[in-house]
Design a protein around this ligand. Sequence first.
Ligand SMILES: [Zn+2]
Length: 254
Amino acid sequence: MPNWNPFRRKDQVKVKNARAYLADAPKYKSHILGGGQCHVTGIVCPVCTQWGAGGPFYPTVDCSTLYELGEDITKYIYEISSRKSRKPMTPTERNELAEKLIPVLGQDRPIGYGAIFGVSLAEAKGPIGDFAWQTRGLVYVRESVFREINEAGFPLVGVPAPLKFQKDPGERLILLELLPSARRLASTFKQCEICDRILEVEETLRIDGSSFDDSIPIQCVYEWPATAVFSADLADYIRERGFTDISLSPIEVV
Ligand SMILES: [Zn+2]
């Protein structure tokens, strides 16, 4: 059995002019409806007022571990199923919380614009292919395919998802954890100077090559966590193997 959370990472290799691929918006017969277990609360900024944004999503982080961290931290984390949101944080409180969570989550899991943790029971509709999607950034893979891709030398991280299937696929699906490693090219967006909220953004995603590590098979983008960016090597492998229910388009790494 593979370790579900090996969190392996090679030494950072920054690459300019690399090839990378973005998962297209899913248009398949299957569809997954689910979510995380807990969430970092929203932000209240003197300029932007109150806002909250989704992601990054860390399904391997168990919310019960976070609930044990003491009031200092838990006052900013709420259980999604309780539907009770906590008070929003100021940008300063957000920065302090981010610092406090580093020893728990690791340097590679920033809370960004409101991280989501854990994995809740989800509903899987329609016939399941090799890949299945909730959004273009929430990627599920058949367990056998997950294993095969890992064995082919692409270290994916994920957790078996508790799913209620409309049509049983005969094996478990693994929900992948994509870390927000790549950054948008700075000239393609504007953010609030106080709270970092993204105010304007160029529609076409362009990645800053100095932030891009093409040894990570799939990552999301820090300023746009609802993405799945595939390394060229993994994209080539997926194409060669002819896996179903996945479509990738090239993006610019500048
Ligand atoms: Zn702001």
